[in-house]
Design a protein. Structure first.
Length: 96
């Protein structure tokens, strides 16, 4: 399995199972389309606490997006970055 992360700021350490780091969603998808990666790529993770709205929205709307790991924290916080609104009906909620 080859996996890669999309992140605007490189992490201090590369995640153990990440083989590639991309700085934006489009370059990540472009990388996944190239040979030989297109035959080997299994997972693309878009993970960053403050990715700008277009990156998250593009990832959610992309036809390859089949899973969202979303934690709903039941509290109010003063912040300026939010997860974008999306059509939750296209995903199925799975209980733990």
């Amino acid at each position: 399995m080859i996996g890669y992360f999309v992140s605007l700021t490189p992490p201090s350490t590369v995640p153990e199972h990440a083989h590639f780091l991309c700085q934006d969603f489009d370059s990540g998808v472009g990388l996944a389309l190239l040979q030989p990666l297109c035959d080997l790529m299994e997972t693309i993770w878009v993970a960053h606490r403050s990715l700008p709205f277009p990156c998250n929205q593009n990832a959610l709307m992309h036809p390859w997006c089949d899973r969202v790991y979303l934690t709903d924290i039941m509290a109010d916080f003063h912040c300026d970055v939010f997860f974008p609104q999306f059509d939750q009906s296209i995903f199925r909620k799975q209980e733990r």
